[in-house]
Design a protein around this ligand. Structure first.
Ligand code: GLA
Length: 669
């Protein structure tokens, strides 16, 4: 990742997806005037516009996009110009039925939605490169162009013959020969041994459980296939004008077959879309986690702290399963500034204007079906003004001394149906650890195995199931350098091919933790395992033997009565904790607070009252303290400096309004 600058003048980006192709030119002019009123300086255009740019093969209608970009430029608004390849036009589908995706059970999907293509199909790839090259030839030097936005939310998976052929090539590259493949996939089990590459296929629907190694490799392969589809377009765009940064917007979710960390090395700026789906305080926890993940990917890609961009977010809705919840006043601003506090180079919405029809006609928009005389437009305008006062804060690096490891492949591997329990979820366990630390007021970095741990006093591995020798080494080096460690159940159990490490769980970390796990005792959904610390464990429990570690907490009752649940192993000055169950939220918060304290880490703003989120960014002597009040009462926080949103000096205490935000430029240390 090269992190080419989006803006030179230290301004935060502000705007969202704009779809002028859905409207007549009079509306474009109204929109641009409203954007100026709201302080918008960046809009994403053209995301799904392929059929409007190329209505028939090789026939282009660029006149409307010319006018749109000129209009934006005249208004001083810059464009993130998309390549429209997430929605191939009907003519493409009809000409290339073999480029339509095939599900695992063999159904071929049809035109009528979006994202209906196979990224391994040669016809699709050629058409995507071609439209990207045609756009680049026309707009690569347009003065409004700030950023190329390739595609939209890569994620469609396919099991067709093109995908299978590409999978075999990828496997040959990864494993070298069939012996190595058979070994990695343990094909001796159920007589799956392969003697001919031509017999190796995509993991299609089968009679019973599929091969875990095959499923895992297919996920990795598909992430790489989508990545190549992206880099092909990127290279075409870069060749036309190397000065313009190129990115694609990441979509977050368990279904996404993309290892975003690996992609971070290939984008000029990590860009994420974030849509929380919980209405209670969960939306705020999810926002903090998504922002910390995005920052982690950016850091992983650049090899050092780097900015990232919130490319999409919903102005006024939270989509819960089955219902759209309208955000309460101030919540949009809090979510937006939480992203900025945690490193986003700006705030972008999906979408600027709500469409009059189409599948997402009731999705959130800055200019809603009711127009611009609305609460949401007024809040968006106030947010634009707030962002203009925060320019410069992006120089600060987010302060975090606790790191949580995240690994997409561990998430994929744990979802194999042959695990000892359904619903095992590495991202969910990452979220639980992050949530506990968020409630403890401790800011965390998300890191990928192997990333530099600089200044991180405590490393947390939540159900980091897959552990290569290199990952085990990375963890060992951290501890031997004096870093503290907290490992939870299922970590280190398997190698990078999902083969179980023998000799007792948690395989790779047994010695470091000074424990040996003999048996798993997965818990039922409604089962609780009481703990001597108070509270209880959920989801999982284990028969654990001490082998150097001391017992911190034991199970109470049942077959594990009196046996260790949480342990601690002293290695020099460091401590290596093992947690063999998922503690309830309160117990987990207390446990992680203790582990952090022993590691010398305290909350970001120890005096902040409950419900006030605090994040500090620092650049040498300068620092900024973001305070987000998630309660419905004013909250007083001991702090000093200059409050940037009100422009008021703060001597020793700032009052953050109900549901509001304060950002202090603090006096030098
Ligand atoms: C995603 C997509 C958008 C739109 C929004 C709706 O992030 O990128 O095109 O579908 O979700 O919330």
């Amino acid at each position: 990742m090269t992190t080419k600058a989006l803006w030179s003048g230290g301004r935060l980006s502000y705007g969202g997806d704009w779809n002028p192709e859905q409207w007549p030119p009079e509306v474009w002019r109204t929109d641009v005037a409203l954007m100026r009123e709201a302080g918008v300086n960046l809009v994403t255009v053209g995301v799904f516009a392929w059929s409007r740019l190329e209505p028939a093969p090789g026939r282009y209608t660029f006149d409307w996009l010319d006018r749109v970009l000129d209009l934006l430029h005249a208004a001083g608004i810059r464009a993130a110009l998309a390549t429209p390849t997430a929605s191939p036009p009907p003519w493409f589908t009809h000409a290339h039925p073999d480029a339509m995706p095939v599900t695992a059970d063999g159904a071929r999907l049809h035109h009528g939605s979006r994202d209906t293509y196979c990224a391994a199909a040669p016809a699709y790839r050629a058409a995507a490169r071609h439209i990207a090259a045609t756009l680049a030839a026309r707009y690569a030097h347009h003065p409004a162009l700030a950023l190329w936005h390739v595609h939209n939310e890569y994620g469609t998976i396919c099991h067709c013959v093109h995908a299978e052929a590409a999978f075999r090539r990828w496997l040959a590259d990864r494993h070298g020969d069939l012996d190595a493949l058979n070994d990695a996939w343990v094909t001796s089990f159920w007589g799956q041994h392969y003697a001919d590459w031509a017999h190796v296929g995509a993991p299609r629907a089968t009679q019973y459980l599929g091969n875990p190694g095959q499923l895992l490799d297919f996920r990795r392969f598909w992430s790489d296939t989508l990545l190549t589809a992206y880099t092909e377009q990127r290279d075409v765009l870069r060749a036309a004008n190397p000065a313009v940064p190129v990115t694609t917007n990441y979509v977050l979710g368990d279904w996404v077959p993309v290892d975003h960390a690996r992609w971070a090395r290939e984008v000029d700026l990590v860009a994420v879309d974030h849509y929380p789906d919980r209405v209670d305080g969960g939306a705020e926890e999810q926002t903090a986690l998504a922002a910390d993940l995005a920052r982690g990917w950016a850091r992983h890609g650049a090899g050092r702290p780097a900015p990232w961009l919130l490319m999409e977010s919903a102005p006024d809705q939270i989509h819960t399963p089955g219902r759209m919840h309208t955000k309460e006043p101030g919540r949009m601003t809090r979510h937006s500034l939480a992203h900025v506090a945690r490193g986003s180079a700006g705030v972008m919405f999906f979408q600027w204007r709500a469409p009059a029809g189409g599948a997402e006609r009731f999705h959130s928009a800055v200019v809603s079906h009711a127009g611009a005389d609305t609460r949401v437009f007024r809040e968006a305008t106030a947010l634009g003004a707030a962002l203009s006062r925060l320019g410069g804060t992006e120089a600060g690096r987010v302060e975090a001394r606790v790191a949580i490891a995240y690994d997409a492949a561990s998430g994929w591997a744990l979802r194999h149906p042959g695990m000892p329990r359904a619903g095992l979820d590495h991202p969910g366990e990452v979220a639980a650890a992050h949530r506990a630390l968020w409630h403890a007021g401790i800011t965390t970095d998300l890191v990928m195995p192997g990333d530099p741990l600089d200044g991180h006093r405590l490393l947390v591995l939540p159900a980091l199931y897959l552990t290569s020798d290199a990952t085990a080494d990375w963890v060992r080096r951290h501890v031997h350098a004096g870093g503290h460690l907290l490992v939870t159940w299922l970590s280190g159990v398997a190698d990078e091919h999902a083969r179980v490490r023998l000799g007792g769980y948690p395989g790779a970390y047994r010695d470091l933790l000074g424990v040996r796990v003999e048996e798993f005792h997965p818990l039922a959904d409604d089962e609780r395992a009481p703990l001597t610390s108070g509270g209880f464990g959920r989801i999982w429990s284990e028969t654990l033997h001490l082998a150097g570690a001391e017992q911190v907490t034991a199970y109470i009752g049942g077959v594990l009565d009196g046996r260790p649940a949480v342990t601690r192993h002293r290695i020099g000055d460091a401590r290596a904790w093992y947690v063999s169950t998922r503690p309830d939220d309160d117990t987990y918060r207390r446990l992680l607070t203790d582990a952090a304290r022993l590691a010398g880490v305290v909350p970001t703003c120890p005096a902040a009252p409950p419900g006030v989120e605090a994040v500090r960014r620092r650049d040498g002597e300068r620092s900024w303290l973001f305070l987000l009040n998630h309660t419905d009462r004013p909250q007083r926080v001991p702090a000093a400096g200059h409050e940037l949103l009100t422009g008021e000096p703060v001597d020793d205490q700032v009052t953050v309004p109900p549901g509001g935000v304060a950002v202090l430029c603090e006096p030098p240390r």
